[in-house]
Design a protein. Structure first.
Length: 159
């Protein structure tokens, strides 16, 4: 629960690479999957169902962390990569206690299930925000990917 809340605001950042595999599918629903599964976990009163709902939550976290790491390392110049990755890790690891404090404080007022529901709503809101910002992110990343030879310059497919 705490780990999901810690990454809820960060859940959808940097998932550009996943779009290649999902370009013909409804990716917005995919990115909202972690939030939806957290809300389902909040609503569930059966152990097995709750356990199954944790699968998409964990999958979303793994995909987010891997994709963010990959995108950052491919976009950043080689000389600055260590600094950028250290700031990235500091932001993730350093903000975790604040997420735990927020979740604990919220759970003490509305209960642990309510805190999980709020985390799910935050995930969905983050995915909507990411989906709205994605065209601008693609425009910024595309020239860098073309310059590095990761994608072709005249390619009309999305990143």
């Amino acid at each position: 629960m705490v780990t999901s809340d810690q990454l809820s605001c960060n859940e959808t950042s940097g998932l550009t690479l996943v779009f290649r595999a999902l370009r013909h599918s409804n990716y917005r629903l995919f990115f909202q999957g972690q939030g939806i599964s957290l809300i389902g976990f909040f609503l569930s009163r059966h152990f097995l169902l709750s356990l199954l709902l944790m699968l998409p939550t964990g999958f979303g976290m793994i995909v987010e962390m891997t994709s963010t790491n990959t995108v950052l390392q491919t976009l950043v110049e080689e000389e600055k990569r260590g600094r950028v990755m250290s700031f990235h890790m500091m932001a993730i690891v350093g903000m975790a206690p604040f997420g735990s404090l927020l979740s604990g404080g919220l759970a003490s007022h509305i209960g642990a299930p309510g805190a999980v529901m709020v985390s799910g709503i935050a995930c969905i809101m983050g995915s909507v925000l990411f989906a709205r910002k994605l065209p601008a992110l693609r425009q910024m990343a595309r020239p860098i990917y073309v310059e590095k030879g990761i994608i072709k310059g005249l390619q009309t497919e999305e990143i």
